[in-house]
Ligand binder design. Structure first.
Ligand code: ARG
Length: 460
């Protein structure tokens, strides 16, 4: 084995076989090819502009990079593990195409600033894709919410019937969550969008480079101020992974609800054949696989964050090859989140709500007991604590009689609180309860319509 032709000047022999196994990152970092080409183009143009390399060499290099790009898109490019990573693979091929002038591309640059420039560009794109996926999902939720702005369902706390709500209200809660997720990706994108290029190995370079120019060409807001920070910082990737983790957790809750809502015991929603799978033994089954997988994949995304945070936590400044472990975690989280978002958006668009089942499920459990207590406060002017006690006793009576609150004879209520009149019946139905919750953000259909209107304008 001869020494590595890209960096082996001081080496007499090549690496041990096991080194050739453990070192390469090309199997996964080939995904950075587009970003690497963009970074090289920006760099070599700047080198020519500053007179650091000759114009002819720069244009030969640019032409060569175009050819490399074509070969990669056509699938003709041969990725070599002995060339370790995407950076050396592209540079080596460039040398074959262009000849010795290709060697000038790496002037005033190191793989350390090169890799992190590529990676920042990639994560920037991933933030944009996450945002788009969340937007599509929010739009699907909005459409369903509009249809079901007044469809009554049980609202739960502790998974016990609490107060009736509308399905539209419930779905809009997720629109709020996913809007915050979008905000996290937007913040991450804004903070990461600074250029590390030109930090070179760690200390900067003695060549008169113009970092403002390369930053601008690559769409970065500015060059990073500190070359050592530029090389070693991975908090941008952690921030992206944290945003992915929180979004995955939010998605997992919705996925869990879909699993529950679609089981026959609930029967609140039906997923079409296209979004369910059968069982190899039980002919009747309709399994909500996509929802379960979305819920299950949350674990990987959380793990991706922990894995990279653990890599970075003990690392002295600046670069250590430990950092090569950053990419797979980010790629995995991005792939997982993106497919989960797409599947969830499609499932939400596909589902049919069984409004009769939902309404029927809202009947048991005395969910209008709060409305009864509120009526006693409002009409009989009792303190809420006393009203709560009266309503509780009436619930007990209804439970003994096996009826809902609005079916309990007035005389039964009066036996507990003589001042109660038949006017109380106005507030005890599910519809009356839902329509009465007109406080800001409440479940009254008119209030939910306001939320829908707000987001429809915003998500246009
Ligand atoms: N493959 C490396 C990575 O992914 C690229 C940077 C390597 N730099 C170095 N000095 N070995 O981080």
């Amino acid at each position: 084995m001869t020494a590595n032709k890209m960096w082996g000047g001081r080496f007499e022999t090549g690496p041990a076989a096991i080194m050739r196994e453990i070192t390469p990152s090309i199997d996964f970092d080939k995904r950075l090819a587009g970003e690497d080409l963009a970074g090289s183009r920006a760099h070599v143009r700047m080198l020519a502009q500053e007179g650091i390399v000759a114009k002819e060499d720069a244009s030969a290099i640019l032409k060569g990079l175009d050819q490399v790009e074509r070969e990669i898109t056509d699938g003709a490019f041969v990725f070599k593990r002995e060339l370790e990573d995407i950076h050396l693979n592209i540079e080596a091929r460039l040398a074959e195409i262009v000849g010795p002038a290709a060697g000038r591309l790496h002037t005033a640059r190191s793989r350390n600033d090169q890799v992190v420039t590529d990676f920042r560009l990639w994560v920037r794109g991933a933030c944009e894709r996450a945002d788009k996926g969340l937007l599509e999902l929010s739009r699907a939720l909005l459409t369903q919410a509009e249809t079901h702005v007044a469809s009554i369902m049980p609202g739960y706390t502790h998974m016990q019937p609490a107060q009736p709500v509308t399905f539209g209200h419930h779905l809009m809660a997720y629109v709020e969550m996913f809007a915050r997720d979008r905000g996290r990706f937007e913040d991450a994108r804004k903070r990461l969008n600074e250029s590390p290029l030109g930090a070179a190995a760690l200390a900067g370079t003695s060549f008169p480079i113009d970092r403002d120019v390369t930053a601008k060409t690559l769409g970065f807001a500015r060059p990073m101020r500190n070359s050592m920070d530029a090389i070693s910082a991975r908090d941008f990737a952690l921030e992206y992974l944290a945003a992915c983790a929180i979004a995955a957790v939010n998605l997992s809750r919705l996925a869990g609800e879909l699993v529950q809502w679609s089981t026959p015991a609930f029967g609140f929603v039906k997923l079409s054949d296209a979004f369910t799978t059968g069982s190899s033994i039980m002919p009747q089954k309709r399994n909500p696989d996509a929802a379960e997988l979305i819920r299950g994949k949350t674990g990987r995304v959380l793990g991706d964050f922990i894995a990279l945070a653990t890599v970075v936590k003990g690392l002295v400044l600046t670069y250590g090859t430990d950092l090569q472990e950053d990419k797979e975690r980010v790629f995995d989280a991005a792939d997982t989140l993106e497919i989960s978002l797409a599947a969830m958006a499609a499932m939400v668009a596909d589902l049919t709500a069984d409004t009769a089942r939902m309404r029927a499920a809202a009947e048991p459990g005395f969910p209008t007991a709060t409305d009864l207590a509120d009526w006693v406060v409002r009409v009989l002017k009792k303190p809420f604590r006393e009203a709560h006690h009266i309503a509780g006793s009436i619930v007990k009576r209804a439970e003994e009689k096996g009826v809902t609150l609005d079916k309990l004879p007035l005389a039964e209520m009066q036996a507990i609180e003589p001042a109660i009149t038949d006017k109380v019946l106005d507030v005890l139905s599910l519809e009356a309860s839902v329509h009465s919750r007109m406080s800001l953000g409440g479940t009254a259909p008119d209030r939910v319509k306001e939320q829908i209107h707000f987001w429809k304008e915003k998500l246009k």
